[in-house]
Design a protein around this ligand. Structure first.
Ligand SMILES: Cc1ncc(COP(=O)(O)O)c(C=O)c1O
Length: 377
């Protein structure tokens, strides 16, 4: 509830109307991408929205479109295994409620996405960290992960690719997670909101059709189609038949209690999904260009570097750990009007890492990277 030093400095900066070069923006609707606005608005104007057909899983037409999205990726997902939710965050809360009693544990990667603490806290779930190691690329420390499992552990979250490290789970990781979870009555919870944004050539597989262990796969339109304002997401159950039958029955009770996704948005989901191609092409092109520009600027000095990134919307920049990263972020704001996230917001080591968004327009990103390096080098 208490603001940190950086958020106070940012509020003060904004209050006096000083210009801000914000390298943290991750709201795609603010990044100058071209959307088909009339298709988006027309999709919301459907006469079928004048009647109400409650269904705990969500309208079948929308779920068919979601199954079609996976079919395009050559993954078979049944419409009966899909539940629509208003956000991936809401899908997490359904999954936590399905798997956990108060005080049960879910493992999460560290570093990762800061919202997990809130999502778990609200559901009385305890989070247990498992470390990711960096050595020319990120990988799961499976030894530490297995050590972290207690009798109260109910699931392992995999963010595929992870935010902000940008690494994907590899086939060998999936096999190992399947083996760990299937032998211990635990579920894999795969967050695939950034799956469609590979920054290298390989196209990683989804967990949505994983049958080697109890699995929940979460995704949604906030990232896939760049439409966070529409509040449309889903979760999919897959795995051993017996487990899946019970999980679907429990999920049905939770989803039926809220029936949370509104009808106009459900009816528009097929059209919103169609828009993903144009959106993703723009994001991937921009993120790759921004990474290339960052590398070009980093090549002119030896003090800062960037960590390897395979996909997603963020890059991690290594800076000298000679002073607190919060002080550096505040100085960047005060002297250059540049906003960055200190890595420790994501549980990167306390000092020496900054996280920047790759969604920012190329010209601003280039100016921001130059300002950042000028302040440090
Ligand atoms: C890894 C990850 N999962 C989920 C979300 C949230 O997605 P939604 O808007 O569907 O709640 C985010 C948002 O930044 C994210 O980074």
């Amino acid at each position: 509830m208490t603001p940190n030093r950086l958020s106070e400095a940012l509020a003060a900066h904004r209050a006096v109307g000083k210009p801000l070069l914000d390298l943290t923006v991750s709201n795609p609707t603010e990044c100058g991408f071209e959307y088909d606005n009339s298709a988006t608005l027309n999709a919301l104007s459907n006469a079928a929205a004048l009647s109400y057909e409650p269904n705990p899983r969500g309208l079948e037409s929308a779920r068919r479109a979601v199954a079609g999205y996976y079919a395009d990726r050559k993954e078979h997902v049944s419409v009966e295994d899909i539940f629509l939710t208003t956000s991936t965050s809401e899908a997490y809360s359904y999954v936590f409620r399905t798997l956990c009693d108060p005080g049960d544990e879910v493992l999460i990667p560290s570093p990762s996405y800061p919202l997990f603490d809130f999502l778990a806290d609200i559901q009385d779930v305890r989070l247990v960290r498992y470390p990711l190691l960096y050595d020319h690329g990120w990988q799961i420390d499976f030894h530490a992960l297995e050590q972290a499992i207690t009798p109260r552990a109910r699931g392992i979250i995999v963010v595929h690719p992870n935010n902000p490290t940008g690494h994907f789970a590899k086939q060998a990781d999936i096999a190992r997670l399947n083996s760990i979870c299937s032998t211990r009555d635990m579920a894999i919870i795969a967050d695939e909101v950034f799956l469609d944004f590979p920054l290298e050539e390989n196209r990683p597989a989804s967990f949505a059709a994983n049958r080697g262990a109890p699995t929940f796969t979460l995704s949604g339109l906030s990232k896939i189609s760049g439409l966070p304002q529409m509040k449309a997401a889903w979760l999919i159950a897959s795995g051993p038949q017996e487990w899946k039958r019970e999980a679907l029955a429990r999920l049905e009770v939770i989803a039926d209690t809220f029936l949370s996704v509104n009808t106009p948005v459900q009816l528009a989901i097929p059209k919103f999904l169609e828009q993903r191609h144009a959106f993703q092409e723009q994001v991937i092109r921009r993120a790759r260009r921004n990474l290339a520009e960052l590398d070009r600027q980093l090549a002119s000095q030896k003090v800062c570097s960037r960590l390897a990134v395979e996909g997603g919307w963020y890059a991690v920049v290594r800076v000298p750990a000679t002073r607190p990263t919060d002080d550096l972020a505040i100085e960047l704001l005060k002297t250059k009007g540049i906003s960055v996230h200190p890595g420790h917001f994501y549980e990167l080591p306390a000092e020496g890492y900054l996280v920047v968004s790759l969604l920012i327009h190329e010209s601003e990103f280039s100016r921001g990277a130059a300002g950042l390096l000028a302040a440090i080098v």
